[in-house]
Design a protein around this ligand. Structure first.
Ligand SMILES: NC(=O)c1ccc[n+]([C@@H]2O[C@H](COP(=O)([O-])OP(=O)(O)OC[C@H]3O[C@@H](n4cnc5c(N)ncnc54)[C@H](OP(=O)(O)O)[C@@H]3O)[C@@H](O)[C@H]2O)c1
Length: 335
């Protein structure tokens, strides 16, 4: 069976470019072996960690030139010789950037079923999927936020950051986002209900540090860091005593810039706690997270935004947009 697929043509240098990818055809065997399933890809999830995987720096996998680009998607089972999957069901699985995929026993074991009540089903790739679990676990299990705390979150308009901020608001925190551009900041405050949002492209007088001081006059109790870089240092300079920092992402470095070191003096001065977050440690909580966040969505307390591109051929451009900060919400490719 002939399928469409996107391979990595060359390892990106700096920001990825569309020419780092190649759209082509591949073949899948016509006959399935025991334990395998053939799936049709409905939507691909584009995630920043894929850029680290392309540089060979991610803990989950690496993607080398010539490989079909990895990644998860929402898939529908066409034919199954696995006892875990049946034709017609929808799952989130490691399909890669393909129109169709043959899932082996390992991929099927790691796949997650998508409940029929999840609407739209693409939420299983966003706020009710891996990014949502990242936010839920990082906020609920690591941040130790209390009502009245000032929580700052970067990449605040994305699925992780927006969910963290809204969970914090529900918990009674004062929430300040950091996002790139007026459109994102407007969505963060007017739709997601944050108390304030600093535009890191145009933070006003005194730059980012001035913007943080104005937005957090008594300091930052919790910083949920999705970015790293100078942003992390700038927030550390404003920490309140007893602050907690959750290190979740390093997108400022995924395109190749060397990580900015944390200044230990700032951590000591604030008697701060720093915790690293890896979502893979929290998969067992997926049903709990899904139930809780679905309730918030149904009650109108949790808003989300999807950045949809259409067609497999659009995946490279959509990924370039994501890694340039131009996505508006969870980056998806709808096939
Ligand atoms: N630790 C874990 O297990 C785990 C799991 C999932 C995700 N993450 C991390 O969480 C972070 C957010 O993920 P997401 O899926 O919600 O992505 P996202 O927010 O939809 O997209 C990434 C955003 O990062 C921002 N950004 C800031 N500095 C950037 C830079 N130098 N270059 C490019 N973009 C920059 C951009 O938004 P602005 O322009 O608005 O700043 C961009 O839109 C990422 O760092 C990701 O790797 C970690």
């Amino acid at each position: 069976m002939q399928i469409e697929q996107v391979t990595l043509a060359s390892t990106p240098q700096g920001k990825p470019a569309e020419t780092d990818f190649a759209l082509g055809n591949g073949n899948l065997p016509d006959v399935l072996q025991d334990g395998e399933a053939l799936v049709r890809v409905i939507a691909l999830s584009l995630d920043p960690y894929l850029r680290s995987a392309m540089a060979g720096r991610h803990l989950s996998a690496s993607i080398a030139p010539g490989d079909v680009v990895r990644g998860e998607g929402l898939v529908e089972v066409i034919v199954s010789r696995s006892t875990r999957m049946a034709a017609g069901q929808r799952w989130v699985a490691a399909c890669g950037w393909r129109s169709h995929a043959l899932l082996d026993a390992d991929a099927i074991a790691a796949a997650r079923p998508v409940a029929t009540e999840i609407d739209p089903p693409t939420l299983a790739l966003g706020v009710l999927g891996m990014p949502g679990l990242t936010a839920w676990a990082g906020f609920g299990k690591l941040a130790q936020a209390r009502a009245g705390d000032t929580l700052v979150v970067s990449a605040a308009a994305g699925p992780v950051g927006a969910t963290v901020g809204q969970l914090a608001r529900i918990a009674g925190c004062r929430v300040v986002g950091i996002a790139g551009g007026p459109d994102k900041c407007r969505w963060v405050t007017e739709v997601a209900g944050f108390d304030a949002c600093i535009d890191h492209h145009d933070p006003g007088e005194g730059g980012l540090r001035g913007g943080l001081k104005r937005a957090c006059p008594v300091g930052v109790d919790v910083y949920f860091d999705n970015v790293g870089g100078d942003l992390l240092l700038a927030v550390c300079e404003q920490l309140a005593v007893g602050a907690r920092i959750v290190l979740c992402g390093l997108i400022a470095h995924y395109n190749g810039e060397a990580p900015v070191p944390l200044n230990p003096g700032l951590i000591i001065r604030a008697r701060a706690t720093v915790r690293g977050l890896v979502v893979y440690d929290h998969w067992a909580d997926l049903p709990r997270m899904t139930a809780e966040l679905s309730g918030h969505i149904a009650a109108g307390r949790l808003k989300f935004r999807e950045d949809r591109s259409v067609g497999l051929a659009s995946a490279p451009a959509a990924f370039v947009r994501l890694m340039s900060g131009h996505n508006r919400g969870k980056a998806l490719v709808i096939l």
